[in-house]
Design a protein around this ligand. Structure first.
Ligand code: IFM
Length: 478
């Protein structure tokens, strides 16, 4: 991948005054200490310990050992100079079996984190659910049952009352698409269920959980800034064939519209309801009044963006090969008949994800046009590459610098187009447990030596620190 950048010849691009720079992590990916201080098991403990689910049999048992290295990590953030840190609370630390009173040592851990941030002038941005559902709730049906949404609301109340005004921003859910469709559809995430009807039911109950949490946060913390984080994308038809255009629309329906429509328009997209009608329980779990609960006013939208998708109708795969449109890279959900294509000649990250920052600008402009003018925070963006510590003891991750530079620049383009983007969080502060890829994919701007836990800031850390200090993108050296 090249280190050139479209703006590398021009002047620095300055961001609006007060633009929020941050970095992000999630509980199961970094904390470790899975048996400490009364934490109960989560679906990810169970899933990662079952043979064959995660690369190399990796688990989050130790991860980055952040639970014990919290001060060191806070100091790293201070050095980075960020205005905010986005972290998630592990539900099973607060309610080990998903219900009942709070486990005080669990709350104490997050109190320490929040105080540590505030004493370093870093605003806490807290995600209430980043995929570590208490196993006891999964045993009762998990997100496929309505009761889990009700349990979530109780858990949110406990956290809100404990941390209250000291948390600047509250994010109800991280990427509910992954929880629903990877967790219960493809089975590539915990709990590893493969049932499209259950995935659709989970989709609805996750959104319901979000909607139930909002008034609870507002009543516990009257000034709370509340939002939801969605993983959104752009789906470009691989050709102008009518079937490919329709396939791209279905992919968009599944990833984007199934979430944006109910949250901002108070309705599910008709084409998707029809598509999933045949799968039980599917969206038949919707009850009267649910969409009003789901669609209540928010204070911001969190957007996670990584890559765009080039889409073909799966039945045209052989043709795609012959015509050289691209290499089909898998069909996640056979019911959707959607195929992602790897466009020949495009740079990819070590996840196999295409690098194309224009998708981020396109997405942000679309959100403003079709959904909302609320403040948007890019709550995750970043890239995994095959980093290594060189003989001089440095990690020179120029590919990541280039990726970040292009994407931050794409955010600037969106601001120029009048989109209300107010902040950007790099994923991730630390190399960490990348779900079913285990520790084989490194997204951090800080290298973590997993056997010892030693941290080593990469070149991208210094690049990002400078960006934050200047509040401007400087040309990237070629
Ligand atoms: O590591 C994940 C994170 O947990 C959620 N968003 C995408 C990241 C990279 O895959």
């Amino acid at each position: 991948m090249s280190t050139t950048h479209p703006h590398n010849d021009g002047p620095p691009r300055t961001f609006p005054h007060g633009f929020l720079w941050g970095t992000a992590t999630a509980s199961y990916q970094i904390e470790g200490a899975v048996h400490s201080e009364g934490r109960g098991p989560s679906i990810w403990d169970t899933y990662s310990h079952a043979p064959g689910n995660v690369w190399n049999g990796d688990t989050g048992d130790i991860a980055c050992d952040h639970f014990h290295r919290i001060d060191e990590d806070l100091d790293l953030m201070k050095k980075l100079g960020v205005g905010s840190y986005r972290f998630s609370v592990a539900w099973p630390r607060i309610q080990p079996d998903g219900k009942g009173p709070a486990n005080q040592p669990g709350l104490d851990f997050y109190r320490r984190l929040v105080d540590g941030l505030r004493s370093r002038d870093i605003e806490p941005t807290l995600t209430l659910y980043h995929w570590d559902l208490p196993q006891a709730l999964e045993d009762n049906g998990g997100w496929t049952v309505r009761e889990t949404a009700e349990r979530f609301a109780e858990y949110v109340d406990l956290v809100a009352r404990a941390l209250g005004n000291d948390v600047e921003r509250w994010i109800t859910l991280n990427e509910p698409w992954c929880s629903a469709w990877l967790g219960y559809g493809s089975g590539r995430h915990a709990p590893g269920v493969q049932d499209i009807g259950k995935a659709a039911a989970a989709n609805h109950h996750l959104l319901l959980a979000h909607g139930m949490a909002v008034p609870i946060l507002r009543s516990a913390i009257p000034d709370a800034k509340v939002g939801i984080t969605l993983n959104l994308g752009v789906h470009r038809p691989g050709t102008d064939h009518v079937d490919d255009i329709a396939a791209a629309h279905r992919a968009d329906g599944n990833l984007n519209r199934l979430f944006l429509d109910p949250v901002f328009h108070g309705s599910y997209p008709e084409d998707m309801l029809t598509h999933y009608e045949a799968n039980l329980p599917g969206f038949s779990v919707i009850e009267e009044g649910d969409l009003e609960i789901i669609s209540q006013p928010l204070d911001f939208l969190g957007v996670n963006y990584y890559f765009p998708d080039t889409i073909m109708d799966a039945k045209r795969a052989p043709e795609a090969r012959v015509a050289g449109y691209g290499v089909p890279i898998g069909e996640q959900f056979p019911d959707l008949r959607v195929l992602s294509l790897e466009t020949p000649g495009t740079d990819t990250t070590s996840m196999g994800w295409e690098v194309d920052a224009s998708g981020l600008t396109e997405l942000l402009v679309r959100i403003k046009g079709e959904y909302t003018d609320l403040p948007i925070y890019i709550t995750e963006n970043g890239a995994a590459f095959d980093d290594y510590v060189d003989p001089n003891g440095h990690v020179l991750d120029n590919d990541r610098i280039s990726y970040l530079c292009e994407h931050v620049s794409a955010v600037h383009d969106a601001i120029d187009a009048d989109v209300n983007v107010q902040g950007y969080f790099v994923w991730s502060l630390l190399d960490n447990f990348e779900w079913s890829f285990g520790y084989s994919r490194r997204f951090g701007i800080v290298w973590v030596d997993f056997p010892t836990g030693t941290r080593l800031p990469k070149a991208s850390f210094n690049w990002y620190a400078k960006l934050v200090r200047m509040n401007a993108i400087e040309p990237v050296a070629t």
